[in-house]
Design a protein. Sequence first.
Length: 345
Amino acid sequence: MHILMLTATFFASGQTAHVIHLARGLRRRGLGVDLLLTHAGPGAPRRRDYLRLLHAAGVRVMAIPRQPAGVDRMEPPAGRYDVVHVQSSWSFEHGRRLAARLDVPLVITCHGLSLNQLAYRPALSAAARLICVGPRIAGNLAPYRDKIVVIGNGADLERFRPGVREPQFTILYAGRVDRWKRAGVLALCAAVDRLPGDTRFWVAANVRLPSRRAEHLGWVTDVHRWMGRAHVVVGTGCAIREAMAAGAACLILGREYHGVVTPELVASMDFPDFSGLGRHQGPPSPAALYADLMRLYQDRQWLGELMAFGREYAERHFDLDAMVAATLDVYAAAIASHRRRAGAR
């Protein structure tokens, strides 16, 4: 099977991590994968790093015109494709047009909460299957419920694994900071700056944080190395899943603060998306963050238990191979649906 995958560019986001993990996971299964970038933009260090990862896995990466109409004039990439799989809303229309030209099924992965818009409806309607990375996203796409499959983000358990921890208590913030998360990271900085003086604070983000303790790493493509060395990782979504796989204790901090990831917390969740959304808890509190971080600093037995729990839970629930297998099932269903529709024409 040969997959033509599309995304806009290598954003500083969990969506990019998902694309990289899935492409590499599909290649490990022996599938052909070509990746088209619809909004490639100028070169950046992280882009070069991602390209190296993909090329090493045997994924061919190409840039195509930004305007969807340009797809109609371009020569399709050489090769026989079985599925067009689109990952970014900026690329929905490109994918719809390519799938129609190639006469193959269109699969769309929905990563965000605001996709049920007029501009996206032609592609969403044309898709044979929609993959939603969480039930909250699926709930926002109710008109398409009959073709939705929920597949959570997976973590590469070989890449994200426990390493040698730093001798000092070390916290890593990992994630993209936007206007919605700014209040949370400011609260985190206030909390971290009150911790004992031997605490380290690494920041793997797209911006610098206003903490006197912050050691800014930038947006790193080898975040697994830092997660394997930190004791605590703070973030949301994909970063939390990866950090649990790396054996770190985790704090869910997005628009809201949902606390420490404990066995009790995940047991209370219908689907652990770790989004930091939807509990109506108001702006994150520096006091709450400080209390949890200070307990982790002081109670090393509890910290160790949470670190061990995270890895064990990730092995049971977040294995990338399971995500890839579920995606292959979606491809098979999409191909069968496309053939039925073609036979009815």
